[in-house]
Design a protein around this ligand. Structure first.
Ligand SMILES: NC(=O)c1ccc[n+]([C@@H]2O[C@H](COP(=O)([O-])OP(=O)(O)OC[C@H]3O[C@@H](n4cnc5c(N)ncnc54)[C@H](OP(=O)(O)O)[C@@H]3O)[C@@H](O)[C@H]2O)c1
Length: 400
């Protein structure tokens, strides 16, 4: 019997890597449902290869085009669109849900997947940043198994005591009782780690998206270049592993060979190593607690030869300070930071603002948007909307 997998964001970088892993194991997995937004061509390719029962295209026109294409290719697939379609898909289709949508827009479908008590593989970090505590409680209540796909968090997960995790359905309660001292979150430092600071205002979206070690979607690539990605990951780690931000140390490791580490109270540090290829964490989470082949090349340590580590430069990357502030303050501030970042990154990718202004506008939005200590769904959605408004006004030079 095969296990049905639903992939949210299947046309993106995470989605295509996940389908590559699934396609290697037709004896174990089948594709139940897929979702995309506008990329009709790629979705059609995926439909022809994997024959899902259902597809959601977020954009209505794209859904119409896909319907026509499916008919022309004699594919019997239910194609839907509309606001409720995505959460319904996450709830109703598949035994495993892969959350690979980018941004806060993935929040409601992530909630629906967790509520349905499935195995949920989460790459879409923004919902965890916005509402991490709530999502973890929801997973406990519904006995959902929430496994991280982000390479760092998947590495940390692999370095945690597996016997305890298996017993508790993937969620580890009280890290202090497991002898864990701290988490070491590694990051490459992105493409501008050593660039002259006075040249940051002239970098182009193409340069910002050219990550030295990973091939990813455009939004996360820009986040890696500002290191906001590491800041989001800091908050994500606090949510997933129940630690405070002071228990997470960020370490720059330019080779991206060690994907993160866990330090225990006896002085042992456990690390997970591997090629920088998202198929490794995806295969690990898909099969957990078993193992399957991922298709990623083996890591040759003799070729890597040396591993470097150093402290991050918070003056070059102020996003790290902003994320620590958001993590310590809590409430809706992480959502405010995340929403402002989404708006500013989009503006940079559209050529409307320079690269060095992204973090500046995020900071100004954090200063000017009311933060509430409530961390429920309604407060977070209201804060997200308010921060987007404030950030747009700041960018337009209007009073807030
Ligand atoms: N890529 C990586 O290696 C990586 C690693 C770790 C974590 N992550 C996280 O995983 C998530 C996905 O990243 P990615 O790099 O795969 O992004 P991506 O390549 O940009 O793909 C995003 C996916 O989301 C869909 N989408 C975009 N806007 C949407 C909307 N409004 N409604 C519904 N669907 C929408 C896209 O559809 P269309 O393309 O059809 O328009 C696409 O399928 C992000 O949260 C990222 O931080 C990614």
């Amino acid at each position: 019997m095969t296990v049905g997998v639903t992939l949210l964001g299947s046309t993106g970088s995470i989605g295509t890597s996940a389908l590559d892993v699934i396609g290697r194991h037709p004896d174990k997995y089948r594709v139940s449902a897929l979702s995309g937004y506008r990329n009709v061509g790629r979705m059609l390719e995926q439909c022809r290869r994997f024959h899902p029962e259902r597809v959601v295209m977020g954009d209505r026109r794209s859904a119409g085009q896909l319907r026509e294409q499916c008919e022309a290719h004699h594919l019997d697939i239910r194609v839907e669109s509309g606001e409720e379609a995505l959460p319904a898909l996450a709830r109703e289709a598949g035994d495993i849900v892969v959350c690979g949508i980018v941004g806060a827009v993935g929040l409601m479908s992530t909630i629906a997947a967790i509520e349905s008590g499935k195995k949920v593989l989460i790459a879409n970090k923004e919902p965890l940043v916005m509402l991490g505590g709530f999502l973890m409680d929801l997973a406990r209540e519904n006995r959902a198994c929430l496994l991280p796909l982000d390479s760092e968090h998947n590495a940390i997960f692999q370095c945690l005591p597996q016997h305890t995790l298996v017993r508790s359905h993937g969620i580890l309660e009280g890290l202090e009782h497991q002898g864990i001292k701290q988490i070491l979150l590694t990051g490459s430092g992105g493409p501008f780690r050593t660039l002259d600071l006075d040249r940051l205002d002239s970098v182009t979206p193409e340069q910002a998206c050219a990550h030295p070690n990973w091939r990813m979607g455009r939004k996360i690539s820009v986040d890696s270049a500002t290191m906001m990605n590491k800041g989001l990951e800091l908050i994500e780690a606090c949510a997933l592993f129940g630690v405070s931000s002071d228990q997470v140390e960020i370490v720059i490791h330019p080779q991206s060979v060690i994907h993160s580490m866990v330090e225990y109270i006896d002085g042992s540090i456990l690390a997970q190593l591997g090629s920088p290829d998202m198929r490794v964490p995806i295969a690990s989470a898909l099969a957990w607690p078993d193992r399957i082949e991922s298709g990623a090349p083996s890591l040759c340590l003799k070729e890597v030869a040396k591993l470097d580590f150093h402290a991050p430069d918070e003056n070059r990357f102020p996003a790290l300070k902003l994320a620590r502030r958001a993590a310590r303050t809590g409430g809706t501030l992480p959502s405010i930071m995340n929403a402002a970042n989404e708006v500013a990154v989009h503006a940079f990718l559209e050529g409307q603002i320079t690269f060095d202004k992204i973090t500046r506008f995020v900071e100004m939005t954090m200063d000017k948007t009311d933060n509430s200590q409530d961390n429920d769904l309604d407060s977070v959605l209201a804060a997200d909307a308010a921060a987007r408004r404030v950030c747009r006004r700041i960018m337009a030079g209007q009073p807030c």
